[in-house]
Each structure stands twice: as structure tokens, then as C-alpha cells.
Design a protein around this ligand. Structure first.
Ligand SMILES: NC(=O)c1ccc[n+]([C@@H]2O[C@H](COP(=O)([O-])OP(=O)(O)OC[C@H]3O[C@@H](n4cnc5c(N)ncnc54)[C@H](OP(=O)(O)O)[C@@H]3O)[C@@H](O)[C@H]2O)c1
Length: 335
């Protein structure tokens, strides 16, 4: 199994310097301490929303999504745990409810949602408006990666990109109009990966001009992201793609997450001029190398630890500067 964490981080230039591993371990220890601190009443903006703050988590029947749903519910938000498979999702929701102590007052429900299916997303959006009048927090967690270990097959490239990028984008576009106005701002948190960094030293796009355009706010557009994806998928179909031109590790997955990161930046900019009371903050984060089905349970941190930065971003006090950014271990990192 490729070490996601090593692949993401330690092979990146900044992380290759001596002591990088120790610094990361140190940061993990710090975050462990931070996680143990309860939110103070003045920080708990979600408690002040009537009748309740509604948080939606995609792909929450297992892994990082399950933990994000569980933690948000334990913090006191009403959580809509969603999954594409009804039985798996209902079972996950039941587990969270059964395992929570009575005094925790956990409030959570399950709803079907397949983000690769536009009819499912539309039905979910209609239900969210009818049942809750909208939502306050969206955690776009659902994703797929078919490669394991040192494999780098692009056999499922279309599905990976359709799910991870276009599915996430579909949810963002469908949920923005339903995000409830509040003085605290609504939140969108996209679960991404350091594998999708534009300038990872060992895992980046070969075309320097494309890299520059992706990082330049004046050039970044949906069209640019689509062009990059179309070019890659065409080369996959023709059998002409090569790992010199595209990210070298888990190429299809890395491109899908690069697109998620780029769309997060783009939307952060578009949403930044919304008036007070209607603010929406959108950010993405890398959970690290996490013990879940996606890594064959080989990661070096638990799913709960992996969900931490996402939950922290979802609950941050109103912070206009935290918008359109990329995070890991509760800190901003570069795209
Ligand atoms: N694990 C890591 O080290 C790592 C590192 C960086 C980023 N991430 C990201 O973290 C997120 C969660 O991954 P994980 O590690 O928790 O993996 P996981 O255990 O495989 O969970 C993935 C979840 O996504 C769901 N899903 C897949 N396609 C879907 C669709 N079309 N509609 C709705 N749900 C769908 C899966 O549902 P089913 O059970 O029905 O398949 C599952 O609930 C992903 O976005 C992943 O890319 C993970």
C-alpha cells in the first residue's frame, strides 16, 4: 500500500527537509490536545440557531464521513448522515444513536444520497428544504479511489473523476442556494487530499504553464478545470496518457482532488462578496493517511483523527479570512 501520508507530504519539497516526520508527529500531538478541549459556550454559535443547526455529511456510512457525522452530532448539531446505500447508512446512523450516552442529546437522521446521480442530489435538496428549510453545514466527504499499493491504473478514471470532482461540485452547486442565512455564516468543507496539490514535488502536473494557470486567480475558472480533466480523460481513452504529464501517484485520484481544491478556491472567491448574514465559507482539507477501507486500513491515524480538521473547520467561529483555503492538522497549507 502506498503510504498516502508519505506520498502526500514527506515527498513534497517542504516536507523532505530534515525533521519533517518529527514536526508532523509533534503537530499530531498538539492536535490531540486541542481535540480534548471542549468548545466554550461563546464559541458554540450552532447552539444559538433555532430550531437547530443542520449539518449534512456525504458518504457517512463508514470511514472519515462516519466519524465526521458522529462528532458533529456529539457537538450538538442536528446531523443528516447520508449514504448511497440505504442499509449501510441506516445501520451507521443506528450505531451513532445507540452508542451515544443519553445525556449527549444526539440528534441525527439518515437520508439517501448518491452524489454521482443528479436525480438523487435533486431529491435530497428538495427534501432538505421541505424538512429543514435548508442547511447550515455541508461536509463533502464521499469519494472513491480504486488503486491500492503501488498500483496506478486509470481503468476507473472516469468514475473517480465523476464521483470525486463532479459529484462534489454537483453537491456544492445544489446546496449553496439552500444554505440558511445566519449571523455566523454557513460552512462547506470539502474532504480533499495533499495528492491534489498543484506543486507537490513528486506528484504534480508536468505542464508548468497549466500549473501556473491553476494557481493564478485571474486564470482559474471552471472551464480551465474542465479542460484539464477532458484532456486527461481523452488521453486515457486513447492510451496516450503518461505519468510524466500528470501526477505520478494515483493519477486519476490526484487529478480529481486537484480539481476539488481548485474549485474550492474558485468558489471561495465567488462567495466572498456575499452580504453580512448570508456568508458562506468554503474550505478543503487533507485528513492525512487514515485507516479506512480506502487505504486498506493501512493509514497511520484513526478515522476519528482524520475527520478532526473537517469538523474543526465546520465549527470555526465566523472568520472571513478562512475561506477558499486548504488545511491539514488544523493549519492552512499551500495548494
Ligand atoms: N483514507 C485516507 O487516507 C484519505 C486520505 C486523503 C483523503 N481521503 C478522502 O477522505 C474521504 C473519505 O474517505 P475514507 O478514507 O473514509 O474512505 P471510505 O471508507 O472508502 O469511505 C468513502 C465513502 O464514500 C462513499 N461514496 C463513494 N461513492 C459515493 C457516491 N457516489 N455517493 C455517495 N457516497 C459515495 C462510500 O460509500 P459506499 O460504502 O457505498 O462505497 C463511503 O461511505 C474521501 O473523499 C477520500 O478521498 C482519504
Amino acid at each position: 500500500m502506498v503510504d498516502f501520508d508519505a506520498a502526500h507530504c514527506e515527498r513534497d519539497g517542504e516536507e523532505r527537509e530534515g525533521g519533517a516526520r518529527e514536526r508532523r508527529e509533534q503537530r499530531r500531538r498538539e492536535v490531540t490536545l486541542l481535540r480534548a478541549l471542549p468548545y466554550e459556550p461563546h464559541q458554540r454559535w450552532w447552539d444559538r440557531l433555532a430550531p437547530c443547526a443542520v449539518a449534512v455529511v456525504t458518504g457517512a456510512n463508514r470511514g472519515i464521513g462516519f466519524e465526521a457525522a458522529r462528532l458533529l452530532a456529539r457537538h450538538g448539531l442536528h446531523v443528516v448522515l447520508t449514504s448511497r446505500d440505504a442499509a449501510k447508512g441506516q445501520d451507521a446512523a443506528a450505531r451513532i444513536l445507540t452508542e451515544a450516552p443519553d445525556e449527549a442529546g444526539v440528534s441525527l437522521e439518515w437520508r439517501q444520497l448518491d452524489l454521482a446521480d443528479s436525480a438523487s442530489v435533486e431529491a435530497f435538496a428538495a427534501w432538505a428544504v421541505e424538512t429543514h428549510g435548508g442547511i447550515h453545514v455541508l461536509v463533502n466527504n464521499a469519494g472513491v479511489n480504486f488503486n491500492k499499493g503501488a498500483d496506478n491504473s486509470v481503468e476507473f478514471a472516469e468514475q473517480v473523476i465523476q464521483t470525486n470532482y463532479y459529484g462534489t461540485k454537483r453537491m456544492i452547486d445544489a446546496m449553496i442556494p439552500l444554505m440558511k442565512p445566519s449571523p455566523y455564516g454557513a460552512r462547506i468543507v470539502n474532504v480533499s487530499s495533499r495528492l491534489g496539490r498543484v506543486n507537490g514535488r513528486r506528484n504534480r502536473i508536468g505542464d508548468v504553464s497549466l500549473r501556473d494557470r491553476l494557481l493564478n486567480d485571474d486564470c482559474l475558472s471552471e472551464q480551465l478545470i474542465d479542460e484539464m480533466i477532458t484532456k486527461f480523460l481523452e488521453q486515457v481513452k486513447q492510451g496516450t496518457w503518461s505519468s510524466n504529464q500528470w501526477p505520478q501517484m494515483y493519477t486519476d485520484y490526484s487529478i480529481s482532488k486537484l480539481a476539488v481544491n481548485a474549485y474550492t478556491r474558485l468558489m471561495g472567491r465567488r462567495l466572498s462578496d456575499r452580504p453580512e448574514g448570508q456568508k458562506i465559507y468554503i474550505n478543503c482539507f487533507c485528513p492525512g493517511w487514515v485507516k479506512t477501507a480506502m487505504t486498506g486500513w493501512e493509514g497511520n491515524i484513526s478515522a476519528e483523527e482524520g475527520a478532526d480538521t473537517g469538523v474543526w473547520l465546520a465549527l470555526l467561529p465566523q472568520e472571513p479570512s478562512t475561506n477558499g483555503k486548504f488545511f491539514a492538522e488544523r493549519r492552512e497549507i499551500s495548494f
